[in-house]
Design a protein around this ligand. Structure first.
Ligand code: NAG
Ligand code: NAG
Ligand code: NAG
Ligand code: NAG
Ligand code: NAG
Ligand code: NAG
Length: 260
């Protein structure tokens, strides 16, 4: 087999079908349209995630909301409606993402600014490995028996953190505090005994979200295609395993393993 033959796309695909990259599911299929990328921190960006950069073409391969930019420091960034997050890990086996709020990373005493909000249209879900923390910032009057967050205290104002729902209920927190923010952390990183002293370390470790297959991509993936989008045309695409691009979810293709 000479090099020219190797470089032919059909031969490339034949080689892929003999040596499947992973389990042989659509999500593991590689294609020149769906390259793997690493911003620098070792996290592999591959289908259904993709590298979003401002030089790119009008079409991409991956889920629409899963485009990641790279920070100057080499971290992939996911932008959600509430905020932007560094992507610290993507598990393609467990369908999980580990995210860290960019705003708080360089703060010695993290002060969450935004509630994490996951738009219902996103294929992202809260993980059972997480825990929500409720913060009340700048409270004017409170009980003195409660431990406040020392590193956020200013003048007479104190701030507090609770496991969500565990606020003392004989006090009107919303009326007495300037702001309430709910932040998500990994349960295993939380020290219940010293929450107000150690919440910062947990926040910097981030939290986990589960991701799922997008319903609109189901038919494309069922035909071993990889789902994508054409921005210029405003329409979905399917990158078929024979190297063609289809608007028809690769329906003409057999879903059996490719045989030359
Ligand atoms: C992308 O856009 C950002 C800001 O809009 C700019 O700083 C950066 O240089 C651009 N990158 C490329 C590769 O053009
Ligand atoms: C990424 O997440 C997977 C699944 O939770 C885990 O097994 C793996 O150790 C994590 N990798 C890193 C570098 O945190
Ligand atoms: C955290 O809050 C979100 C939004 O309210 C909720 O959907 C999720 O179940 C909560 N997670 C835990 C572990 O309580
Ligand atoms: C509390 O209010 C002061 C004065 O407005 C402000 O400087 C400080 O950042 C606030 N603290 C928190 C934790 O929001
Ligand atoms: C966060 O959500 C709570 C409701 O859980 C709301 O009361 C609060 O105002 C929100 N905070 C911000 C900063 O949007
Ligand atoms: C709680 O954590 C803070 C910050 O790490 C530490 O300074 C403090 O001594 C801890 N308090 C207790 C009771 O362990």
């Amino acid at each position: 087999m000479n090099f020219t033959a190797m470089a032919h796309p059909l031969v490339f695909l034949l080689v892929l079908s003999i040596f499947p990259i992973a389990s042989g599911t659509a999500a593991s299929l590689s294609s020149p349209y769906c390259p793997t990328y690493d911003c620098g921190n070792g996290v592999q960006i591959r289908y259904p995630f993709w590298r979003l950069d401002n030089t790119t073409s009008t079409q991409f391969c991956g889920y629409r909301d899963f485009g990641l930019t790279c920070s100057d420091s080499g971290e992939p960034i996911l932008s959600l409606p509430s905020d932007s997050y560094y992507v610290k890990n993507i598990s393609y086996e467990e369908y999980t993402l580990t995210l860290v709020d960019i705003d708080i990373l360089d703060q010695p005493c993290p002060r969450a600014r935004h509630n994490l909000t996951i738009n219902a249209t996103l294929p992202l879900y809260y993980s059972s490995l997480d825990l929500n923390l409720t913060f009340y910032f700048n409270c004017t009057s409170t009980s003195s028996v409660l431990q406040h967050i020392q590193c956020l205290a200013s003048y007479a104002m104190k701030s507090y953190v609770f496991i969500v729902g565990e606020e003392t209920d004989n006090f009107d927190w919303l009326a007495n505090c300037e702001e309430k923010v709910v932040a998500t952390v990994m349960e295993e990183e939380i020290s219940i005994a010293n929450l107000s002293g150690e919440f910062g370390g947990a926040m910097k470790k981030g939290f986990i979200l589960d991701w799922q297959s997008v319903r609109d991509c189901g038919e494309c993936e069922a035909h071993d295609g990889l789902c994508g989008y054409n921005n210029a045309q405003g329409e979905g695409l399917c990158f078929c395993k024979d190297g063609s691009i289809s608007r028809d979810n690769c329906k003409g293709m057999s879903s059996l393993p490719f045989i030359n």
